[in-house]
Design a protein around this ligand. Structure first.
Ligand SMILES: *Cc1c(COP(=O)(O)O)cnc(C)c1O
Length: 382
């Protein structure tokens, strides 16, 4: 296990000695260990790939304060969906104008709090929300989230959010009628998007929406490419540089007066660390071997599944056999994978290292059955 782990094909590496040092302090519960320097590298790489696109990190993906602080230090802005996310950022000294409120449906209480704190940009994708935000803050800067292709994305978002064309047109007309500050357009291609074309498609649709806004006297000056930038979890994904090329080319058709932002979440953190957990028991059921971990669907491994098999390693050598991998709770759904090849000799007490599971990990966990949410340990957070 003293092999340094290559976190990233481009040369970043998570040093396994950080894990050894952490385990030497004693182990009781699963944790995610992340290298803040690798997070900083990801931010720089994103900016280099798309110089015109200003990144706002999606806080929900991994809200560890050291990560937020490192990204703030790198000059990255933020995207929030709730009051708690906003308050953490303000506590770190992030100015309110660098924060986008990008949750399409906001509670009145959270909206009022964000307004009081000085947040200026709010997303809308429905007429009711336009009226809600406009009534609470007549001078708010609004951007319209349009429905867009999520083809080729692992986690689709277009089923829940985004105005379709005719709804967008009604919304634009209504914004002009009531004098709301509708000044931008955004779209989300879906998380872990492997289809480069979704970004140019979204940018073209945004440009068409800009034209409709201009036709009723609105002045578009903001474009939000949102998230979806993928990280390889053993699967083939386009690099950020390839996506950047397609995005940059399409942005040549967008006026220089338009401020372009994105909201990368997964890309910034997923492959900057390792999730460490432990085998708590093994069993044979109906002739199949079962591996029970102290982490699972509810506890930090929410994305681990038959579709999404992260790279996993252990301290044991093969031969491998197919295991059904399950979490520690009494929930029948708490089964991560079936037929996952892992060493035959695994037994209670062995450590399991899951690579690249730094996004939607502890942030997506809950305390079901009384198992605490995994800790996030941040190294090099200077
Ligand atoms: C979740 C989310 C993101 C981040 O998406 P990733 O796929 O993790 O990059 C960005 N913007 C909004 C509005 C989101 O809900």
């Amino acid at each position: 296990m003293s092999q340094p782990y290559r976190a990233d094909a481009d040369g970043s590496a998570f040093d396994f000695r950080h894990i050894e040092a952490e385990l030497a302090r004693g182990y009781s519960d699963p944790f995610f260990i992340i290298d803040a320097r690798l997070v900083r590298e990801k931010a720089r790489r994103f900016r280099a790939a798309m110089p015109r696109v200003f990144p706002h990190y999606a806080v929900k993906v991994n809200p560890a304060t050291e990560i937020l602080a490192a990204l703030h230090d790198e000059g990255v802005g933020f995207e929030i969906a709730s009051r708690a996310e906003l308050d953490v950022l303000l506590g770190l000294g992030v100015p309110a104008h660098e924060i986008l409120y990008s949750n399409p449906i906001k509670s009145h209480a959270y909206l009022t709090h964000a307004i009081e704190c000085g947040v200026t940009w709010y997303v809308i994708d429905a007429i009711e929300e336009l009226h809600k935000v406009h009534a609470a803050k007549p001078d708010a800067n609004l951007y319209l989230r349009i429905h867009t292709s999520n083809e080729g994305s692992v986690w689709k978002l277009s089923n829940k959010f985004g105005a379709f064309e005719d709804e967008a047109e009604q919304l634009i007309a209504e914004a002009a009628r009531i004098g709301a500050g509708l000044a931008g357009v955004g779209f989300h291609v879906g998380s872990q998007c492997k289809n480069i074309q979704n970004w140019p498609i979204g940018i073209r649709a945004s440009r068409e929406t800009f034209e409709k806004m201009k036709a009723v006297g609105l002045e578009p000056r903001f474009l939000n490419l949102s998230g979806g930038f993928p990280v390889s979890m053993g699967d083939e994904v386009p690099s950020i540089e390839e996506i950047g090329k397609a995005v940059n080319r399409e942005l040549e058709n967008i006026s220089d007066s338009v401020h372009v932002v994105a909201e990368p979440g997964r890309f910034m953190v997923a492959d900057t660390g390792v999730f460490v957990c432990q085998v708590i028991g093994t069993a044979t059921r109906d002739g199949k071997r079962w591996l029970y971990l102290d982490a699972g669907i509810h506890r930090g491994l929410g994305e681990l599944s038959n579709e999404f098999r992260f790279t996993i390693h252990t301290d044991r050598d093969g031969p491998n056999i197919p295991w059904t991998v399950a979490g520690p709770t009494c929930d029948g759904l708490d089964v991560c994978m079936t037929d996952q090849p892992l060493p035959q000799g695994l037994q209670a007490g062995d450590f399991i290292y899951v690579h690249d599971h730094g996004a939607y990990s502890a942030a997506y966990a809950n305390t079901f059955n009384g198992f605490p949410i995994p800790n996030t340990v941040v190294v090099n957070a200077d």
